[in-house]
Design a protein around this ligand. Structure first.
Ligand SMILES: NC(=O)C1=CN([C@@H]2O[C@H](COP(=O)(O)OP(=O)(O)OC[C@H]3O[C@@H](n4cnc5c(N)ncnc54)[C@H](OP(=O)(O)O)[C@@H]3O)[C@@H](O)[C@H]2O)C=CC1
Ligand SMILES: O=C(O)CCC(=O)C(=O)O
Length: 432
């Protein structure tokens, strides 16, 4: 398991979530706006707002100590009109059915925006993975997979890593599913290790996509990527690789954070050295040649680009007014609440929305699934080129629609995702 255990000297930063930050409230409010823009009736609105299927399972764990603990696990298939459900599996203490519903809905729109033959799904377990050994996490993952076996599969619902899970987690899911079916079925999950049919480029795909859309947004203002400063909240699979790729492309990464706090260096952080520090200590906190900052301070830094790449709801009515970045590129799912979004728009901040900005992950997941189904693998360069084309084309479509209709990039992205989903419903004859 690559997740490090909690360093004993670190104290988690105060959570920034406030009352209007519920992910499901945010997702519903976004859908309501877009349905009004598209002029859909209430029946279609309700169909789009309601998950097709929700699975709630009890996941008991016998701890290494012999004690038994129980977790709640979920898998929500929000929509399957365009193809199988697709979306990550999250391990985090805040996971509950409403959060998973919101994340599943965002997956539906995301897959529509980048035109993948998928619907949207998401799963999660309310567990803090840092508190459990690798053996315990393996048992939890295998039990969860056994419980949801009837509703997942390479043609029905395909999982991938999200917060708190990784390639190893996907290998356990794949193995449990395959052993139960009697033969190896690599296409039941994506984001798995190369040794069991993973794809080159999946580990960095979400972050690479974030950098592609950032470059595209900057280009519209004639600003080169090599001239901007960037602050990134979250230094996990998405934020950590994004820091590396931004730095490799010449941008100045001036601040990063994790759940314990952040670090800042006005001239730019030495990202490779920072990665080594995190591998050794489990946190960005304590990195030398940098000043400590809190997560709240990071969100308010005077930078060109702010990338929230951790939790939902961090840019809300209390934090959004302090944002000084000109661009917010949403690496996380749902980092901005409806009120936060309005405040950013009023202040002239350009928001590249999650469903577009972080879609690189699911795009390369799709490539992984295609490769697994055809049992023929592509080179890293082929994948990088296909990803770049898909992200550039999605950004261009969204930006053109935003200009044409005089709406935000978020609304334009959601209009495309929602419209493609509704069209599939109606064409299949499922629309009542
Ligand atoms: N992985 C993927 O391919 C994709 C992920 N996403 C989204 O990106 C976001 C991050 O996912 P991912 O990088 O995979 O998850 P990881 O678990 O790999 O990393 C999460 C990061 O967020 C940090 N974090 C957790 N809580 C807080 C907090 N309260 N304040 C600040 N930072 C915090 C973690 O800190 P610490 O290390 O200290 O725990 C860690 O650095 C999520 O919203 C996810 O849904 C979206 C598309 C695809
Ligand atoms: O790669 C995938 O299938 C989905 C990743 C994910 O969970 C997300 O995009 O939010």
């Amino acid at each position: 398991m690559t997740l490090t255990s909690t360093p004993t000297t670190l104290v988690a930063d105060a959570p920034t979530l406030t009352a209007d930050a519920s992910p499901l409230a945010t997702a519903h409010s976004q859908l309501t706006r877009v349905v009004a823009h598209l002029g859909y009736d209430e029946g279609l609105h309700q169909m789009l707002a309601t998950p097709r299927r929700e699975t709630h399972v009890a996941v008991p764990l016998r701890r290494d100590s012999g004690e038994t603990v129980l977790f709640h696990g979920f898998r929500v298939q929000h929509n399957v009109s365009r193809g199988p459900g697709k979306g990550g599996l999250r391990y985090h203490p805040s996971v509950d059915i409403d959060e998973v519903r919101a994340l599943a809905m965002w997956m539906t729109w995301k897959c529509g925006i980048v035109d993948l033959p998928y619907g949207g799904a998401k799963g999660g377990i309310g567990i803090d993975p840092r508190e459990y050994s690798a053996a315990e996490l393996e048992r939890v993952t295998r039990r969860y997979t056994s419980e949801i076996m009837p509703v997942i599969g390479p043609d029905t619902d395909i999982m991938a890593p999200d917060m708190g899970t990784d390639a190893q987690t996907m290998a356990w899911v794949m193995d449990t599913y395959s052993v139960n079916r009697g033969f190896t079925i690599p296409a039941v999950v994506t984001g798995k290790p190369l040794a069991v049919g993973g794809s080159l480029g999946r580990g960095t795909a979400t972050s690479a996509g974030i950098v592609h859309v950032t470059a595209a947004a900057l280009k519209e203002a004639d600003v080169p990527l090599s001239e901007v400063s960037v602050a990134i909240q979250g230094f996990g699979k998405v934020g950590g690789h994004a820091a590396t790729i931004f730095a490799d492309r010449g941008a100045r990464v001036v601040a990063v954070s994790d759940q314990y706090g952040g670090v800042r260096a006005a001239d730019g952080l030495d990202v490779p050295r920072l990665q080594q520090h995190v591998e050794a200590t489990g946190s960005v906190v304590g990195f030398d040649d940098a000043d400590p900052i809190t997560n709240a301070e990071l969100l308010a830094l005077d930078v060109d680009v702010l990338v929230p790449a951790a939790l939902e709801g961090v840019l809300d009515e209390s934090t959004a007014p302090a944002v000084r970045a000109r661009w917010v590129v949403e690496g996380a799912n749902g980092p901005t609440t409806a009120r936060g979004d309005q405040i950013l728009a009023d202040n002239g901040v350009i928001v590249v929305p999650d469903v577009l900005a972080n879609a690189g992950g699911v795009v390369v997941s799709y490539f992984e699934w295609v490769q697994a189904n055809q049992t023929y693998w592509w080179s890293e360069q082929e994948i990088a080129e296909k990803l770049a084309r898909r992200m550039s084309s999605a950004y261009a479509d969204v930006s053109a629609l935003a200009r044409r209709d005089g709406i935000s990039l978020r609304d334009a992205a959601l209009v495309i995702g929602v419209q493609r989903t509704a069209e599939a419903h109606e064409t299949r004859g499922l629309y009542p």
